[in-house]
Design a protein around this ligand. Structure first.
Ligand code: GDP
Ligand code: MG
Length: 593
């Protein structure tokens, strides 16, 4: 293809600002889909995505519009997948910065725009939803020019829904986004910015070719993993995968090479030729790392092997999911799993329950701690119950994030109060419009994964938007909190909390458990231990005999049987020390009142 006629770009936008709707307009213009055949938000392909209205995976699509070939690289909208956003942007020369005129610049707009600027992309500013009466075009334009650090910008005004302004936008993309450069005769150098598993083709790498070319039969090598293989198919995406003879410098497409394990082709890796390798990889690669950890136990021990098989199947298509078998004293065999974030965790749980029909208990999520012991040993602790004895600990570190909050000015005070209460450190605060303020905070990631979103929502009546990026580990001062049910330790409930907060958290845990564990036939005593002694205690009174009689009538043994039967039919509940512990007990354990 004539490289001067190629444009590679992404759309970056805050959630719900109209990215998928705009992508639909492009599909229509390219003739790939007719308007009457168009399903809304075509590119959001996975069922779960459609239901939740979010874009999880990047789906590039090649569009022929006029004389030009546009490779539209859609990016995931959620912060859990921001590593993939970054790699997708690295595959482009330009980006549409799309802002909803009724909402203005939001946290994700800011976070993604910064990423696009870091990658030196040509940014085409676009204001969407101008068909709506509440659209504030002038205010939105001012906020965007402040964000981009330019005095006067000339945003394209569009309505993705009504199809207004789309042709002008195409002209602007052609003019303002540079054609890709590169040398098709140089050794192959391609960025893998996504990958997925196909039953027939094996692992399919989604690539942007920067130099050289690749065709069927070539021997390729992946830089980070060192894996070598022979190419079985190359092609481009035009809704479906369409095989082509080759891919050349400037192209976006896919390469299949009979690879069976997706972990051998990490997102961000460089693909080169095994015969004539490039001098250097494409810079910026760092392995995608799980940041949130939780244990998964089947409610019935006999489902353990089925759980293992199911996790393996999910992992085929999800290199970010990690798991290893572990054994809880309380619950027996299960898996310690690592996820990118809370949404990723939720998606995996939902898929296990829905697609594999498993009944599960998921423990409260936690971050990873880096521990240096007095004997000089370095340990990565992903399960609080395995935290070494505190007398042996020299230093502990926990992960931090840099968070961006955008909020109407009247809520600034509440946001500051929330962030300070979560051990946050303010870096920056500025007005991005007359009524809206941007705040930047460094915060321990552990504070974000408890109920930060819920709290932020509630103190700002849903008007705040939030985004974050991981910035590494910093020193932490933590203590262990352990829970005893009728005198026996329930290790799956062990957690770590900052020393200064440990008493408050311990009481919270006791109270939350009291309110989520249902009354039982026996009395339930909840004791919470912190700093080596019991600091909180709650009691759940047993079901009263006369209540039982009223409910079921008949003799006691029959009543017991009835209760047991009910129990068996009840899902997401696990017995420990003769007490039924429901799933909610784990998930609500850290919630503030
Ligand atoms: P995304 O999260 O950025 O992909 O946003 P979507 O494309 O899913 O759009 C979010 C919502 O905004 C949907 O209900 C769309 O129908 C609506 N929407 C998108 N563009 C426009 C527009 O130009 N005008 C109006 N009125 N609504 C729009
Ligand atoms: Mg979308």
């Amino acid at each position: 293809a004539d490289r001067s006629k190629i444009r590679n770009f992404s759309i970056i936008a805050h959630i719900d600002h109209g990215k998928s709707t705009l992508a639909d307009r492009f599909l229509e213009l390219s003739g790939l889909v007719r308007r009457d055949k168009l399903q809304k938000q075509m590119l959001d392909s996975m069922d779960l995505e459609r239901e939740r209205g979010i874009t999880i995976k990047s789906h590039p699509v090649r569009l022929h519009i006029g004389d030009y070939v546009f490779n539209l690289i859609d990016t995931p909208g959620h912060v859990d997948f921001s590593y993939e956003v970054s790699r997708s942007l690295a595959a482009c020369e330009g980006a549409i910065l799309l802002v909803d005129a009724t909402q203005g610049v939001e946290a994700q707009t800011v976070a993604h725009a910064y990423k696009a600027m870091e990658h030196n992309l040509a940014i085409v500013p676009v204001i969407n939803k101008i068909d709506l009466p509440s659209a504030d075009v002038e205010g939105t334009k001012r906020a965007m020019s402040q964000l981009l650090g330019k005095d006067d910008i000339d945003p394209v005004l569009v309505s993705a829904k009504e199809g207004i302004g789309i042709e002008e936008l195409i002209d602007r993309l052609v003019k303002e986004i540079p054609a890709p450069n590169g040398d098709e005769n140089a050794p192959l150098q391609a960025l893998v910015f996504d990958s997925f598993y196909d039953t027939y083709k094996g692992v399919v790498s989604v690539v942007r070719i920067f130099n050289g070319q690749v065709r069927v039969g070539d021997r390729i090598r992946f830089w980070a993993s060192g894996l070598e293989s022979e190419v079985t198919e190359v092609g481009v995406f035009s809704l479906k995968m369409v095989p082509t003879e080759s891919l050349e410098a400037g192209d976006v497409g896919y390469v299949a090479a009979n690879i069976r394990d997706i972990r051998e082709v990490p997102v961000g890796d460089t693909m080169t030729s095994a015969v004539r390798p490039a001098d250097a990889p494409i810079p910026g690669f760092s392995a995608m790392k799980p940041m949130v950890f939780a244990s998964i136990y089947p409610t019935e021990n006999e489902d353990f092997e089925r759980l293992r098989e199911s996790l393996k199947k999910l992992q085929l298509n999800d290199a970010a999911l990690v798991f290893e078998p572990e054994s809880s004293e309380a619950f027996g065999p299960g898996f310690r799993c690592g996820f990118l974030g809370l949404l990723h965790m939720d998606i995996i749980r939902e898929r296990l329950e829905r697609e594999f029909d498993l009944d599960l208990i998921l423990t409260s999520p936690n971050v990873e701690y880096h521990v240096l012991t007095r004997s000089g040993e370095y340990i990565e602790v992903r399960n609080p119950s395995q935290f070494p004895d505190f007398s042996e600990v020299e230093l502990v570190e926990e992960p931090y994030v840099r968070g961006t909050v955008v909020v109407p000015s009247e809520y600034v005070g509440s946001v500051i109060q929330l962030c300070e209460g979560r051990r946050g450190k303010m870096l920056h605060m500025e007005y991005i419009s007359q009524q809206r303020v941007l705040l930047e905070y460094d915060l321990p990631f552990a504070e974000i994964i408890t109920d930060f979103y819920d709290q932020l929502k509630s103190v700002t009546r849903g008007y705040a938007s939030f985004d974050y990026e991981h910035i590494g580990f910093k020193e932490a001062d933590v203590d262990k909190i352990e829970v005893f049910i009728n005198g026996k330790k329930l290790d799956a409930l062990t957690l770590l909390a900052p020393k200064s907060e440990v008493l408050r958290v311990a009481r919270q845990v006791a109270s939350n458990l009291k309110h989520t564990i249902p009354k039982q036939l026996v009395e339930v005593v909840i004791q919470v231990k912190a700093g080596g002694r019991i600091v909180a205690r709650e009691t759940i009174k047993p079901l009263r005999k006369d209540v039982l009689a009223k409910c079921y009538g008949g003799d006691v043994s029959r009543k017991k049987k009835l209760l047991e039967k009910q129990k068996a039919g009840k899902k997401r509940m696990r017995q420990f020390n003769q007490v039924d512990i429901p799933q909610e007990a784990f998930l609500s354990v850290l919630k503030a009142d």
